[in-house]
Design a protein. Structure first.
Lengths: 199, 257
């Protein structure tokens, strides 16, 4: 694919969600030279190819989310924006790694220094929590809610899920959403989090 | 409205599908009704969890993809390098505002002011290589800050008096050093001092640093919000977009703080 992407088109496709978003992300993923550019940035700053791959993936995920949440402004090219995001991610990662290293070497139990040296562990816990929660929600409900969140229309959801109509998909979506709220209510980890909100 | 209707509306509001009068009316109700506000928090959490799930799902898909062909293309594979004069300035004063990726995973109270500030960390522009020459106090301090040796930086920068040309830049760096050392009160004072300069780059970054401190100190005011708004609209401010994104997050946070 040619690297001179039409920023507006790609952003609009991601924003509109559904199959167009998937196509746009796939196109972005395969832009000629983009991964190489990010790999060079990461390897020039102490990382390896695996780090570069992770940063590249995180960068596209970040971009996708920012566009869908209207936090992205259509200025410049989308590639340069993605490169900037990746640079921030790598820089942040290095900073965290450095702090974890320092903590292990010198002050294993000191919570007062460093921004948040336990980030990695918390991230893993967070991932586990999300996986558990959506496991309890069930595959169908997780998929319906995901499609809804990704702006699929009710008819498209019905088609994807093999449901008879858009109205039927809407009812399923509502039931699944209520189930998710119920799981939030019944999750001790999330209950603690809710309690802490605002403190 | 019955419970189901409220759930529908709150779900739509949390997913940004509600507009105009309907949106305003519901937001007003949430502000006036603590029970509804509590319920709304749950909906925001549900939306965040869905986003986290989508991110995890996408990551799994990407991991299964082959990496793109590594064919270089002229013009696109060149890394931007700071020219020496920009680098000098960057070492001296620039502050990169990093949008944290931690919000993709569910950690802590995402909507507390303090946590919001964490997602917009301050960080010095990359400073690599050996320590600058001994008479370059600003460069030296920047080096220490980039290595988290904040006390060293504070000691150097505090010696620069207000009649020195480098005073405002030094205060901006001092703000960074104190911020990293989690002394947010001292950081706020230093950032505030730096924002009194006529050098616009230093001034706006000082203002932004000051605002992050206010979030950390949980002393956020309407006046601060207006200043952030002004920065988010300011074409001269290099982190205008980050300021705009933070402003949006704060709209949600106002329900919780």
């Amino acid at each position: 694919m040619n690297s001179s992407l039409e920023t507006m088109d790609l952003a609009a496709a991601i924003r509109s969600g559904g199959p167009k978003r998937e196509q746009a992300l796939s196109n972005l993923y395969n832009v000629t030279g983009l991964f190489l550019k990010i790999k060079q940035m990461v390897t020039n700053h102490g990382g390896n190819e695996e780090d570069a791959r992770d940063v590249f993936h995180e960068g596209i995920i970040t971009l996708d989310r920012k566009i869908r949440q209207n936090e992205y402004e259509d200025r410049g090219t989308i590639e340069s924006y993605l490169f900037g995001v990746c640079r921030f991610i790598w820089s942040n990662q290095q900073r965290k790694n450095k702090r974890v290293e320092l903590k292990e070497d010198f002050t294993p139990f000191d919570r007062s220094s460093g921004e948040n040296p336990l980030d990695t562990m918390l991230n893993n816990e967070g991932q586990h929590l999300v996986a558990t929660l959506f496991g309890q929600l069930g595959e169908n409900c997780s998929k319906i809610l995901t499609l809804w969140k990704l702006s699929y229309s009710m008819n498209e959801i019905a088609e994807e899920m093999g449901l008879p109509s858009g109205d039927n998909a809407r009812k399923h979506k509502f039931r699944c959403y209520q189930k998710l709220l119920g799981l939030i209510d019944n999750s001790p980890e999330l209950a603690i989090n809710l309690k802490n909100v605002g403190q | 409205m019955n419970t189901s209707e409220y759930t529908e509306k709150l779900m739509a509001l949390a997913n940004k599908e509600l507009f105009g009068d309907e949106k305003m009316q519901l937001e007003k109700e949430i502000q006036e009704n603590p029970v509804l506000a509590e319920e709304y928090k749950k909906h925001l959490l549900a939306q965040d969890l869905l986003e986290d799930f989508i991110a995890q799902d996408l990551k799994q898909k990407f991991n299964a993809f082959p990496l793109p062909q590594e064919k270089s293309e002229s013009g696109t594979a060149t890394l931007r390098k700071l020219n020496p004069s920009r680098q000098k300035w960057a070492i001296a004063a620039s502050v990169a505002l990093i949008l944290g990726v931690s919000s993709y995973l569910f950690i802590g109270n995402e909507y507390s002011y303090s946590q919001l500030a964490d997602n917009y960390n301050l960080q010095m522009q990359e400073v690599r290589g050996t320590i600058p020459e001994s008479d370059d106090i600003i460069g030296k301090a920047a080096y220490y800050i980039s290595n988290d040796e904040n006390e060293m930086a504070i000691s150097l920068l505090s010696a620069i008096s207000s009649d020195d040309d480098r005073y405002f830049t030094a205060q901006l760096l001092l703000g960074n050093a104190y911020y990293q050392a989690k002394n947010y009160t001292a950081a706020a004072n230093a950032f505030n001092q730096s924002s009194k300069t006529s050098d616009e780059e230093v001034k706006y970054q000082g203002q932004y640093g000051f605002l992050l401190c206010k979030l950390k100190l949980n002393t956020w005011t309407e006046e601060n919000r207006m200043m952030l708004k002004s920065l988010s609209l300011n074409e001269q401010f290099m982190y205008k977009e980050e300021a705009g994104a933070l402003l949006k997050k704060l709209e949600i946070a106002s329900y919780f703080n």
